[in-house]
Write a protein that binds this ligand. Structure first.
Ligand SMILES: Nc1ncnc2c1ncn2[C@@H]1O[C@H](COP(=O)(O)OP(=O)(O)OP(=O)(O)O)[C@@H](O)[C@H]1O
Length: 471
């Protein structure tokens, strides 16, 4: 691991309005430089901005961060995720594969300067630059809570978006299921100039195809059998406020065309209402857990609609990327559910916290909330232990992909050291290296603190433990 992958926090310039002081800025990866060694673009060098999500995608399609003009490369071919442990290179189901040292890989942890090949092209990440980023000094945006730097960076972005004077700019909220996309939309509405107007949700998964037009555009009496009264559609209901279009990626192509028309013209006509158009003043916030860029490339989502709703994209990190937010959120949910259900106050044991940190949370915060709520009701004692949490094995952390280095052809002792180093790096990536991490990481590894610190030193990883004195 290089020090470049570690994030450094700086003290705030002002005190936080309430609660504990949270650092006011941090340094994170901001730019990646790379060089193309072979193929049609051989010799070219470029640099690409990296956002909060620290992931770049590459391929032939112009919507990629790294665009390659190579016929042997797929539209969306590979991704590079910059983590504390190194760079995770992934094959995005390409046709011709991704290769490291001539070995085809689906996922591999590579170091800076490693060379990998896609199609005829060999690429090398040659360097990274850090940027200083402001962090919110609070731990929430509306009902969305977060203490990790990545969440507090997001809160700054969201406060800025909410405060835009016209509050007309469309926003596309993306992220895995249960990451809080609807909370973002509600928060943006409630903190915008439209807060006094309505907040209407249109869930595209619950839109029966035969009545979808009627729901979206409204209708007048007699439009179809059973239409015995005039009825506004969701755009009219939302006028003066915000329309939250949830699961936008599920919208069939014919409805996408109609939606585009409303968004382009800012007006709707109800079914069975001739020669009348109604102006609507709506801010559209859309959400999806699908990869819309990819759907556009595959012709399953209209490109014009994609750019129309894109305005500003807000990508929510998965719960796995939020360090020990998982523990703080769990504590909060436990407190809340006990109060709501009139249960005795309960707390998690350290082993429950360790188990929560180790889980994979494919269902993200929604899954965490359900697990905590169930445990609170099923546990009679004052403490909720790891064994009280119904964390099935499928939600436990999946094994990290093996390093692309040839571990299996190394001498035994060398392979062991290599494995131990990877194991420690993976732990550091999972828990982060903020104050208190050694306690968490050693508990997860089932080691005492002294043995853990000794192992870190032996493996040459001690200088990376920036957040905390080792002795
Ligand atoms: N950061 C957070 N702080 C507190 N509660 C959260 C947070 N994120 C999500 N939740 C809770 O998790 C649940 C799921 O949130 P939400 O419905 O906003 O997710 P979503 O991303 O829209 O999910 P989906 O993609 O499945 O529609 C809700 O109960 C919400 O209150």
């Amino acid at each position: 691991m290089t020090d470049e992958h570690i994030e450094h926090e700086h003290p705030p310039t002002r005190a936080a309005p309430t609660g504990p002081r949270l650092p006011g800025s941090y340094q994170r990866l901001g730019r990646v430089r790379f060089r193309i060694l072979t193929g049609p673009n051989a010799g070219s060098e470029s640099q690409v901005e990296v956002g909060r999500e620290r992931t770049l995608r590459g391929g032939r399609n112009a919507l990629n961060d790294i665009v390659l003009h190579d016929d042997q490369v797929s539209g969306f071919h590979f991704s590079l995720e910059f983590t504390r442990a190194g760079i995770v290179l992934r094959d995005l189901e390409s046709t011709n594969g991704v290769f490291v040292h001539g070995v085809r890989v689906r996922e591999a942890l590579v170091d800076l300067e490693a060379v990998f090949s896609v199609g005829e092209t060999a690429l090398q990440v040659t360097g990274t630059d850090h940027v200083s980023v402001s962090l919110a000094e609070t731990n929430r945006f509306g009902e969305l809570y977060g203490w990790s730097p990545v969440m507090r960076e997001l809160f700054v972005e969201l406060e800025r978006l909410a405060a835009l004077p016209t509050s007309r700019l469309p926003v596309l909220v993306t992220g895995e299921t249960g990451t809080g996309k609807e909370l973002v939309a509600r928060g943006l509405h409630e903190r915008s100039a439209r807060a006094k107007g309505p907040f209407i949700v249109l869930d595209c998964t619950a839109l029966p195809h035969d009545v979808a037009d009627a729901i979206v555009f409204g209708y007048n009496r007699g439009a179809f059998t059973g239409a015995d009264a005039d009825q506004p559609g969701v755009f009219e209901y939302a006028s003066g406020g915000t329309l939250f279009i949830d699961e936008l990626g599920e919208l069939p192509l014919d409805l996408q065309a109609k939606l585009l028309r409303v968004l382009d013209h800012g007006e709707v006509s109800r079914l069975n209402e001739r020669n009348k158009v109604r102006k609507v003043d709506v801010r559209v916030i859309s959400a999806t857990n699908r990869d819309l860029r990819r759907m556009v490339a595959e012709g399953r989502f209209r490109q014009d609609l994609y750019f129309r709703v894109l305005g500003k994209q807000v990508e929510l990190p998965s719960l796995r990327e939020r360090g020990d937010d998982v523990v703080r959120l769990a504590d909060r949910f436990l407190r809340l559910v006990c109060v709501q259900l009139g249960l005795r106050h309960k707390e998690f044991t350290p082993s429950a916290h360790a188990a929560l940190l180790a889980a994979n949370w494919t269902g993200n915060v929604r899954q965490l909330r359900k697990v905590v709520e169930a445990a609170a009701q099923l546990t009679e004692a004052d403490y909720v232990d790891a064994t009280d949490l119904n964390l099935d094995m499928s939600s436990r952390a999946t094994r990290p992909a093996f390093h692309a280095s040839p571990l299996f052809s190394m001498p035994w002792e060398e392979a062991l050291v290599d494995f131990q180093r990877e194991y420690m790096k993976s732990l550091m990536q999972r828990v982060g290296t903020q104050r208190g991490w050694i306690k968490q990481a050693s508990a997860l590894a089932g080691m005492d603190r002294t043995g853990f610190v000794r192992a870190l030193r032996r493996l040459g990883l001690a200088p990376a433990a920036t957040g905390e004195p080792l002795d």
